[in-house]
Ligand binder design. Structure first.
Ligand SMILES: C[S@@+](CC[C@H](N)C(=O)[O-])C[C@H]1O[C@@H](n2cnc3c(N)ncnc32)[C@H](O)[C@@H]1O
Length: 193
């Protein structure tokens, strides 16, 4: 993909600059996926103070659900688009820490998070191998990354993750466990060994 196309893709062909418009359409398309991802995090039963990062958060719909379900967790979220982060921060207030950041250069020290999640952002990343290496870097031992996206994107990313994730365990759920074969979404799972 050329530089111009990559930029267009990462900015969702301009939609990333219009978070409210995105939020209206995403609510319809991705609402069930957000609910599923938030439920998956809640079912881990993490200790109070455990840290969760949402990557490519858009207007912050998923971290809001996680913070609602698990107020004892410390939730961070990043996105490449400043407009998305401004909207996310305005709606969520200070219970979630938002930052403008590229998944390929996460502004966190090594081994910071117990869980990294992401929904329907992976297919916009212009360098998935570097992104997955970064996601792996910020995970604590015993942590996990759950990257949800459409199934063929997740299957392709699984091959890239196996190459870059070193001794981590990488697997792919396609479709999501417990859902039917017509569910369009899957999940890439990265667990540091
Ligand atoms: C389809 S939206 C998904 C937003 C949100 N995760 C959701 O489920 O509603 C994709 C988001 O990924 C973000 N994005 C694209 N490339 C990125 C990158 N390299 N680093 C961080 N965020 C990125 C875009 O700015 C956009 O907000």
């Amino acid at each position: 993909m050329g530089t111009v196309n990559r930029h267009a893709h990462a900015t969702m062909f301009g939609l990333a600059r219009h978070p409210e418009q995105y939020e209206r359409s995403a609510g319809r398309v991705a609402g069930r996926l957000h609910a599923r991802a938030a439920r998956d995090v809640a079912q881990l039963g993490l200790a109070a103070g455990a840290r969760v990062l949402d990557v490519g958060t858009g207007p912050g719909l998923l971290p809001r659900l996680i913070a609602d379900a698990c107020p004892e967790l410390q939730v961070d979220a990043v996105d490449l688009a400043p407009e998305m982060i401004a909207r996310a921060q305005a709606v969520a207030g200070d219970r979630i820490a938002f930052a403008v950041a590229d998944v390929c250069a996460l502004p966190f020290p090594d081994a910071t998070f117990d869980v990294v999640v992401s929904t329907i952002s992976l297919h916009h990343w212009d360098d998935p191998p570097t992104a997955l290496r970064e996601v792996r870097r910020v995970l604590r031992p015993g942590g996990r990354a759950w990257i949800y996206d459409v199934r063929w994107v997740v299957r392709r990313a699984e091959r890239e993750a196996i190459v870059v994730a070193g001794s981590s365990l990488v697997s792919c759920e396609s479709p999501l466990v417990g859902s039917s074969m017509v569910n369009p979404f899957g999940r890439l799972v990265v667990v540091p060994a």
